[in-house]
Design a protein around this ligand. Structure first.
Ligand SMILES: NC(=O)c1ccc[n+]([C@@H]2O[C@H](COP(=O)([O-])OP(=O)(O)OC[C@H]3O[C@@H](n4cnc5c(N)ncnc54)[C@H](OP(=O)(O)O)[C@@H]3O)[C@@H](O)[C@H]2O)c1
Length: 241
């Protein structure tokens, strides 16, 4: 491979697009996977001609795996794979349909793609797999299935990390634990929300340092510690809208 390649899964998200733009500055060839490829036309206009775009239906895990494998072959492998496909939702009436949808995306879809990426990296004998999880995965919370599914992802990534070590292969597994993304670009909560620029820069820095786990933005490491330390009788008294 003359030029390093990276695959971003869930490319429609504003965060994925910010990351894509940072990666091309580092002369990385991009392979993007997304549900709605038409919506990515404005981003594709900003990318070099050798960027690849592939449509996926995250609700069809087998098809996602073969699309991933084809993209991998087209790029002749990839040094980095970022999984950013995730569903969330809060409905205090707890409809099963919502939990089912979140699990289909965050557990089944995630597993299909993380497994596909890891398997290819084992064959390639190196690589970095990064996924955006959340501090929500560290303790149960109001978006019940979302919290639980992020805990699953964190645990799965830890397992892959152990497995890479067992295989003695230089495969880095990065669990990027996000706090809150200010998608309103400064108009959201300034206390908790990180801007996309700040978040994507911190992510790129963590990826370069091959960090196994990182909190983005950094202040969420403290919130995470506090959330985990709170005794149950206090934690359970939190009020949700
Ligand atoms: N937003 C936050 O404040 C926050 C906080 C903590 C953690 N996170 C995590 O950080 C990552 C990025 O967050 P984000 O807010 O930028 O994510 P997002 O835009 O809501 O979703 C990321 C991608 O997931 C896919 N997706 C979203 N909802 C879906 C659904 N209902 N069914 C199927 N696919 C769906 C889309 O993929 P396509 O591109 O293929 O359409 C989308 O581009 C996610 O893993 C999220 O869980 C976010």
């Amino acid at each position: 491979m003359d030029q390093l390649s990276a695959i971003i899964i869930g490319a429609n998200s504003a965060l994925s697009q910010a990351l894509a733009l940072q990666l091309i500055n580092d002369n990385v060839r991009l392979g993007l996977m997304a549900a709605d490829t038409d919506a990515l036309a404005p981003l594709m206009d900003k990318l070099p001609d050798n960027a690849e775009l592939v449509a996926i239906d995250i609700f069809d895990p087998e098809a996602c795996r073969s699309a991933f494998s084809q993209l991998w072959d087209t790029l002749d492998g990839a040094a980095l794979v970022v999984i950013n496909t995730a569903a969330s939702g809060l409905d205090l009436s707890l409809p099963y349909a919502l939990d089912k949808q979140i699990n289909a995306v965050n557990v089944e879809g995630f597993t299909a793609l993380a497994n596909a990426a890891f398997t290819q990296m084992v064959e390639q004998k190196y690589g970095q797999l990064a996924a955006f999880t959340s501090i929500a995965g560290e303790r149960g919370g109001p978006q019940i299935a979302f919290h639980a599914s992020k805990a699953y992802q964190q645990n799965y990534l830890q397992g892959l990390r152990l497995h890479a070590q067992r295989l003695k292969l230089p495969i880095t597994i990065s669990d990027i634990r996000l706090g809150y993304i200010d998608k309103m670009q400064g108009r959201g909560s300034k206390t908790w929300g990180g801007s996309l620029d700040k978040i994507s820069s911190q992510i790129i820095r963590a990826l370069r340092k091959a960090k196994p786990q990182v909190y983005v933005t950094r202040r969420w490491r403290f919130i995470s510690w506090l959330t985990r330390a709170l005794p149950e009788f206090i934690y359970n008294k939190r009020k949700y809208k």
